[in-house]
Design a binder for this molecule. Structure first.
Ligand code: MSP
Length: 663
């Protein structure tokens, strides 16, 4: 099946920022995913260049509208390669071909009687470029632009949108996938439960000339949405271009929630009036905020795609944006969250798994893909790994196909953890010590390599550069370009004997860390020891050394998660006979348990009941002075230079239910 994926065409009154980048990235990832599935794909983005606010912005910039739109449209086109976004077409509403298409459609709909002339008084929001209903206002203002709309009364042309209201409701009800996620479908249905007004589609040339002249009345230009939405048809050669039949009605539009109504209501009713089938799906996402605040020029917190890519690397930004935002909900961007994701998901989980596995294949199989034994001798772990990875492959495909990108990546990272566990359980370094385990070792290493190939393919749409690096290291460079998703779902992809290269470091640790974190302190120490000031341009060897120190000191998230940290409430405390160091505590976490703690020199037993403390709940029980201790209390140990050691119990900053996990 062919796929036609589009983004909104962006207004050229602002430079491209994180929000535009996200939508366009989503379309790019989906396009690459569909390519991987073997279908024909057409991916279109573009710029919306007519209308009042563009004319005003040009005026402000002291340029003619034409000069101005050319300059900003070029900035949008130049932004996409910075994030490895590869549209098939970048359309502009000032393209002569588009102007012709809009005029042809206007004439046709006019001739059919669905455009009429009338007087109208309404509340117009220049930011939205549309009339708002009184119900849409919050405290008398447009909720998106925070300005009171202007009351405008003038004669204009209208599209008879109301005539299609019942049809649209039926269509949305009959096609649950038409608008997704579901919350937006419900929002549209709720809006449609009230009578729909007709849509004003023109502006008198006395007020605005920067638009497309109506073919049936030269005193008017078309109103922005009737111009802009039609880009989706122009781009694929409506009405009779060779691609039109292939890609319509396969169209899938990606937008944010700000332009839901034009896409979910105006556009399908316009298509109906034109005599075309509705698009296939509308995918609606939430807003990106920055540090939990709205992105805005006046706040000076606008994030630019090029700066992001330069700071963190293209693939990191791509991964982060898709992983962090639950498609449909708002998300907040901050440097901390991107650095954390980089260090934990990319450097630690994926990067370590990859380099560790390839190093073992280098060491124990001379860098050549081992021939694995027949399935008859597979262990339960092998079968478990294979069926889990196959199930994850199918889940990944389903999530990607349905715009649940964060979930698809979650599933992939579960596979990565599974592989890390598979390594620990099968301990290839132990197998390598025993001649009789040679066959077993080959099977383990080959299953690992094959699993990494599947992960490479799954990452291809999201992190194309990283996936290409992984494919090269796995000796699968030639197969990579034309590889299909089927290889992710079947086994036996890497032929035995393929050369596998070790030494590929996918994600060098990011230099910037918050001061005071163990990693930052370890780095600072390591640099100080070498008399270096650090920074990105520092000497490579010393940086490597510092990284080695860090890597040795770091644990993976998986390792950390094995520790069951909990809040416990002390219900009783007493001295332990014949010990001046130990107290026997009864705690609730939430079940009652006994913990023997070495705090008698620091706390009196009567001061403890009622306190909430942090404990390690899954420590193997140990007997102390004949008492079984089930867990360990956590305390800070202070050693002043000239005084006795102090122990201070840890706690939470407010009361919580005993037994709550600390993570
Ligand atoms: N020109 C119209 C769209 C016409 S489509 C036929 C328009 N342009 S816009 O420049 O305002 O772009 C709006 C779109 O930009 C949103 O729908 C979304 O795709 C993207 N984003 C702009 N700011 C955003 C965030 N802060 N967060 C996420 N996406 C946002 O409306």
């Amino acid at each position: 099946m062919a796929t036609y994926i589009t983004t909104p065409i962006y207004y050229v009154n602002a430079m491209p920022h994180l929000g535009h980048a996200y939508t366009t990235l989503v379309a790019d990832v989906y396009s690459r995913f569909r390519h991987l599935c073997g279908g024909e794909v057409y991916f279109q983005t573009g710029t919306d260049e007519h209308g009042e606010k563009i004319a005003e912005a040009a005026d402000k910039a002291g340029e003619s509208p034409r000069q101005y739109v050319d300059r900003i449209a070029a900035a949008f086109a130049a932004a996409w390669p910075l994030l490895a976004i590869r549209p098939d077409r970048i359309i502009r509403t000032t393209d002569p071909e588009h102007i012709r298409t809009v005029q042809d459609i206007l004439q046709m709909v006019y001739d059919r009687g669905d455009i009429y002339f009338s007087e109208y008084t309404g509340l117009y929001c220049a930011g939205c470029e549309r009339f708002l209903t009184a119900k849409e206002l919050v405290d008398g203002k447009c909720p998106d632009h925070q300005v009171a709309p202007r009351e405008i009364s003038e004669q204009n042309y209208f599209f008879r949108m109301s005539a299609y209201q019942e049809w649209l409701i039926d269509h949305i009800r009959a096609n649950p996938e038409f608008i997704t996620p579901e919350r937006y479908r419900n929002e549209v249905l709720s809006f449609l439960s009230e009578p729909l007004e007709d849509l004003c589609i023109s502006r008198p040339t006395t007020r605005l000339t920067w638009g497309i002249p109506l073919p049936f009345d030269q005193n008017f230009v078309t109103y922005v949405w009737f111009d802009a939405l039609i880009n989706y048809l122009t781009g694929i050669g409506y009405p009779d271009g060779p691609d039109f039949e292939k890609y319509w009605p396969a169209a899938e539009h990606v937008i944010a929630k700000d332009i839901l109504k034009p896409h979910a209501i105006y556009w399908p009713t316009m298509l109906r009036a034109i005599g075309l089938a509705p698009y296939r799906r509308l995918h609606v996402h939430g807003y990106w905020n920055v540090d939990a605040t709205k992105m805005s020029k006046s706040l000076g917190n606008v994030v630019r795609p090029g700066e992001l890519a330069a700071e963190y690397g293209v693939d990191t930004v791509r991964y982060f944006l898709l992983r962090e935002m639950s498609f449909g909900l708002d998300s907040s961007f901050s440097s901390e969250t991107i650095i954390n994701r980089y260090n934990s998901d990319l450097a630690n989980d994926l990067g370590n798994l990859f380099s560790r596995s390839l190093t073992m294949i280098g060491k124990y199989a001379a860098g050549s893909m081992p021939k694995r034994a027949s399935a008859a001798v597979f262990t339960p772990e092998d079968h478990g790994l294979m069926s889990a990875l196959s199930a994850m492959g199918s889940q990944y495909c389903e999530d990607m196909a349905n715009f649940r990108f964060h979930k698809a990546l979650q599933v992939l990272w579960e596979a990565i953890s599974l592989l890390n566990r598979y390594i620990v359980v099968n301990a290839p370094w132990e197998l390598a010590k025993n001649e009789r385990q040679a066959e077993r070792l080959k099977t383990v290493l080959s299953l690992l390599a094959e699993s990494l190939w599947k992960i490479t393919l799954a990452l291809k749409p999201v992190m194309p550069e990283t996936a290409a690096k992984m494919a090269r290291a796995l000796g699968m460079e030639a197969a990579f370009a034309g590889a299909s998703i089927d290889e992710m779902l079947s086994w036996g992809g890497i032929p035995a004997g393929t050369t596998i290269h070790k030494g590929t470091q996918l994600f060098p640790r990011l230099e910037r860390q918050e001061a005071g974190t163990p990693a930052a302190d370890a780095k600072a120490e390591s640099r100080a020891a070498q008399g270096k000031s650090g920074g990105r341009d520092g000497d490579k060897d010393s940086r490597k050394d510092a990284e080695n120190v860090l890597d040795a000191a770091l644990i993976s998230l998986e390792q950390f998660k094995t520790v069951d940290l909990r809040v416990a409430e002390i219900v009783a405390a007493e001295k332990v006979n014949r010990s001046d160091r130990l107290l026997k505590l009864t705690v609730r976490a939430p079940e009652e348990r006994t913990i023997v703690a070495g705090i008698a020199r620091h706390y009196a037993p009567e001061d403890l009941p009622g306190r909430q403390v942090l404990i390690v709940a899954n420590l193997k029980p140990a007997k102390l002075m004949g008492i079984a201790s089930q867990g360990m209390l956590l305390a800070a140990k202070e050693q002043p230079p000239d005084g006795p050691e102090r122990l201070v119990l840890t706690t939470v900053s407010g009361p919580v239910a005993p037994g709550s996990r600390v993570a």
